[in-house]
Design a protein around this ligand. Structure first.
Ligand code: PEP
Ligand code: MG
Length: 577
């Protein structure tokens, strides 16, 4: 028996023999030189491989739409965009002609350059976009080298799927009736594999170091997706634990599905808004399906991070309008571009602009937008025009001072005037809020509340900046604790200052999706929680079990504690029905 620990990415438990997906990454890609006269034929070989890849992806997209919904289909839609991207094709052709090397090497090199850039992004979701690029590139390489990835479509028995990494196309092509659980060495809670495993309700443990070395084909494997445990060749006690977890998961699912259409009301009748965080427009459909009260955070930078030119006003307008119309009258909060620092825009700035000693303390988000006013105003015009199609709010990220909010608002006024000058219809009023994710903003939230129509607390960055800990640095993970009393005080202060100023206060950082802390947040007076759609029912259940008066007492006691460990222990002591 061997026990492995990873990231609990999708709840549930299962035991089955392992189906090990061989690792393609290690397979050699040939390298050789070409004469200039051979380049046209080499390019034609590449175009033929791209055409085959395109047909395959289009088929996967159509299948995804029928079998898995628009959100999953959108992943393949984005792969098609990459395969049709003229800038990318031009770059590959240019590099082929300049290097006089076989096209496989050129593809591998450009892939690793793009993936390298994305993997440096501090936002885990952005890092996961690297998987899309790898998926497309491996597909093209597969055709160039006439290699097929082992098919997951004809798995003949129940299995636990074990792989270094799973591509979106693997997730879609596998027989979902047969794959009882998933274990991968890479990935995290926000990877496509995790998102799709949750959507398909398959237990998954990701980021399991050493899984491929420990688990061989056919070996019995027990997976506990709730605790992030994987046991190869489990003994009787481990099997019993898995059975108990399976029964508990089935009970939880039954309870949660019954909640989907019930309102998020506390026991004493206080309405809590539960909204969805989305990264791409297609996710709005999932938000509706999970009964979200709106979109509390649309991370618009995802529109900008595809290779090639940044999207223009029309493309952005269509994306925002699509989300607003999908939400059918429920409010949509669009956060303006949060790039810069180490989230590099493919199209922005000279290389000098991109190099900063301390990117996380650098030219990010609103700071970047206030010095790229044309990029910013283009986005504001697109949002304003889309806003006539439904209730829309604008939210500025990384506001650290009142001056930035004043300046951003002035640019919004200009953007509105520019739309009107062109005869475009835009609303006279649109609520303008800010993320509270820099300690200075939380501390001065009373000042900022005079100019902001709402706040949304971004605990991911607020924790990072309060404790001076890079949120992506594993060695410092022990410090990156949202339950830290300093972070909780800033959260409480922001809620209190919002209340005094009479403006709504939401939370859209990961803390909002943590059911364990929901009572405390309700007790502090938080009115709106925004999180990935799949997390909504579990938080709703806590809301419906909470009496807000008792939650206030509970919060008061929690705020007197002196460490994250004490807070965690106190939160878990709260009796639940
Ligand atoms: C946050 O910082 O908490 C937040 C929601 O923004 P992001 O995770 O996109 O930085
Ligand atoms: Mg943030």
């Amino acid at each position: 028996m061997k026990e492995l620990v990873g990231i609990a990415a999708s709840p549930g438990a299962a035991v089955a023999p392992a189906f090990v997906l061989e690792d393609e990454g290690g397979q050699a890609v040939p390298a050789y030189s070409l004469a200039a006269s051979e380049i046209p034929a080499e390019w034609a070989r590449f175009l033929a491989a791209v055409a085959k890849a395109r047909d395959e992806v289009a088929e996967l997209r159509d299948r995804a739409r029928i079998e898995a919904g628009d959100e999953q289909a959108a992943i393949f839609e984005s792969h098609l965009l990459m395969l049709d991207d003229p800038d990318l094709m031009e770059r590959i052709e240019g590099s082929l002609a300049a290097s006089l090397r076989n096209i496989e090497r050129v593809v591998v090199e450009i892939e690793s350059e793009l993936v390298g850039k994305l993997l440096k992004a501090e936002d885990p979701a952005l890092r996961e976009r690297a998987a899309d690029i790898q998926d497309v590139s491996r597909r093209i390489l597969g055709h160039l080298l006439s290699r097929e990835r082992r098919s997951l479509g004809d798995i003949a028995q129940d299995v636990v799927l074990v792989a270094r990494d799973l591509l979106p196309s693997d997730m879609l092509s596998m027989d979902r009736g047969r794959v009882k659980a998933i274990v991968t060495e890479s990935g995290g809670r926000t990877s496509h594999a995790a998102i799709m495993a949750r959507a398909f309700e398959i237990p998954a443990v990701l980021g399991v170091a050493g899984a491929l070395a420990a688990i061989r084909e056919g070996m019995r494997v027990a997976v506990d997706g709730e605790r992030g445990l994987v046991v190869a060749e489990p003994d009787a006690a481990a099997l019993a634990r898995t059975d108990a977890e399976r029964a508990a998961a089935a009970r939880r699912d039954r309870d949660l599905s019954a909640l989907r259409d019930l309102p998020a009301l506390t026991l004493d009748g206080r309405r809590i808004l539960l909204k969805a965080n989305i990264e791409v427009p297609e996710e709005a459909e999932g938000a509706v399906a999970h009964g979200a009260d709106g979109v509390g955070l649309f991370r618009s930078e995802f529109l900008f991070l595809r290779p090639g030119e940044a999207p223009g006003e029309e493309e952005q307008y269509r994306a925002y309008r699509r989300v607003i119309e999908t939400m059918a009258g429920k409010p949509v909060t669009i956060r303006t571009l949060d790039v810069g620092g180490d989230k590099v825009l493919p199209s922005a700035g000279s290389s000098d602009d991109r190099i900063e000693k301390n990117p996380l303390l650098g030219w990010r988000a609103i700071r970047f937008c206030l010095s790229h006013t044309e990029v910013f105003k283009t986005q504001l015009r697109a949002i304003l025009r889309a806003a006539v199609h439904g209730e829309t709010r604008i939210m500025f990220p990384m506001i650290a001072t009142d001056w930035e909010l004043e300046k951003a608002r002035a640019l919004l006024v200009e953007a509105r005037a520019e739309c009107r000058a062109k005869g475009q219809e835009v609303p006279d009023y649109i609520p303008v809020g800010i993320m509270i994710e820099v300690p200075s903003a939380a501390i001065a939230s009373d000042i900022l509340a005079r100019r902001a129509d709402f706040f949304s607390i971004g605990t991911n960055d607020l924790t990072q900046y309060t404790l001076a800990v890079d949120r992506g640095n594993r060695r410092l993970a022990y410090l990156n604790e949202p339950y830290n009393p300093a972070v909780l005080r800033l959260v409480a202060l922001t809620i209190e200052n919002g209340r005094k100023a009479g403006i709504p206060v939401a939370m859209c950082g990961e803390m909002a999706s943590d059911p364990a802390v929901a009572t405390l947040l309700i007790g502090l007076g938080l009115e709106e929680f925004s999180m990935s759609s799949a997390s909504l029912p579990a938080v709703k259940r806590i809301v419906r079990q909470t009496d807000s008066g008792r939650a206030a007492d509970f919060a008061k006691a929690a705020m007197g504690l002196s460490s994250s460990a004490e807070v965690a222990a106190y939160l878990s002591s709260l009796p639940r029905s």
